[in-house]
Write a protein that binds this ligand. Structure first.
Ligand code: PPY
Length: 276
């Protein structure tokens, strides 16, 4: 059966490359302009699933993804996948590299190529784009002098790669999550991860400690914790937490029951197999 997948596009993004790893050629991969649009495509039924980036080993979290999952119309994570990311600098075929005065890319790619840009193009204007491939596509239309993207994007938009592997950290890896409408919970595999958004009732001393204690009490190992502003008031935060285990496993279900006692709200964001 062919499944429709939404992804952060256009064609040539790292998200598309990650999605190709977990789909079959009969599936339909549909590009959206940003993370919210890809997730909305699942919410409104245009696509069954969406793949979006959630964190990077160098730059950290993709805030938009976390906020959509924690406070947007509910979706759940049913799978994750990781991809090593390698960045290239590209131009139109007739550009002289000495003439590069403007470089477009995604903010996460910029921060991972900071040393390269500072060393080689210290005076270039860096233009933020919604994805690396969107930067490459804009370059193909002549919007700026260069783009930083994956080498797939250069192929897609017929661009010339003038420098490869320009990331400051050659081992950079991005983690992507596959999301769906709630109701299709993957079975426990013995090596799962559970994601939660935890909202504290009142900002008080020890609130985070109380939350962490529920996991510690039940011997649950955490793999990710991030505070995000709730948006209502300066200083008010909720926490996105990833824990090892499946919601059907006793340690996680016991920790969840404990959290329900002490938190204002908990949003279950999915239990899914850990990426290899
Ligand atoms: O823009 C892309 O290609 C993406 O898929 C998002 C992204 C950007 C930078 C590093 C990893 C993923």
């Amino acid at each position: 059966m062919s499944i429709k997948y939404a992804y952060l596009g256009p064609a040539g993004t790292f998200t598309e490359a990650a999605l190709q790893k977990i789909t079959t050629p009969s599936d339909q991969l549909i590009a959206y302009a940003n993370v919210t649009a890809a997730l909305d495509a699942v919410r409104n039924g245009e696509c069954q699933k969406a793949l979006v980036p959630i964190e990077n080993s160098v730059e950290g979290v993709v805030a938009r993804t976390l906020d959509e999952l924690a406070i947007g119309q509910p979706l759940v994570i049913t799978a994750e996948t990781t991809l090593p990311v390698s960045f290239s600098l590209m131009t139109l075929s007739n550009t002289n590299s000495a003439e590069i005065k403007s470089i477009a890319t995604h903010p996460h790619a910029e921060s991972q190529c900071r040393s390269f840009i500072a060393k080689n193009y210290p005076n270039a204007q860096v233009i933020e784009s919604s994805s690396t491939a969107a930067a490459a596509k804009g370059l193909s239309k002549g919007d700026y002098d260069a783009a930083i993207a994956g080498s797939n994007a250069a192929k897609n938009y017929d661009l010339k790669i003038i420098a490869e592997n320009i990331g400051d950290n050659t081992g950079a890896v991005t983690r992507f999550v596959l999301v769906e409408k709630p109701g299709n919970q993957p079975k426990a595999t013995g090596k799962d991860r559970t994601s939660l958004a935890v909202f504290i009732a009142l900002d008080h001393a020890g609130a985070l400690l109380e939350i962490l204690n529920e996991f510690a009490k039940h011997q649950v190992n955490l793999t990710f914790i991030q505070s995000r502003p709730t948006g209502s008031q300066l200083g008010h935060y909720h926490f996105i937490i990833d824990a090892e285990g499946h919601v059907e496993d006793k340690p996680i279900s016991a920790a969840l029951a404990g959290l329900k006692e002490i938190c204002e709200d908990i949003r279950f964001l999915g239990s899914y197999p850990q990426a290899k």
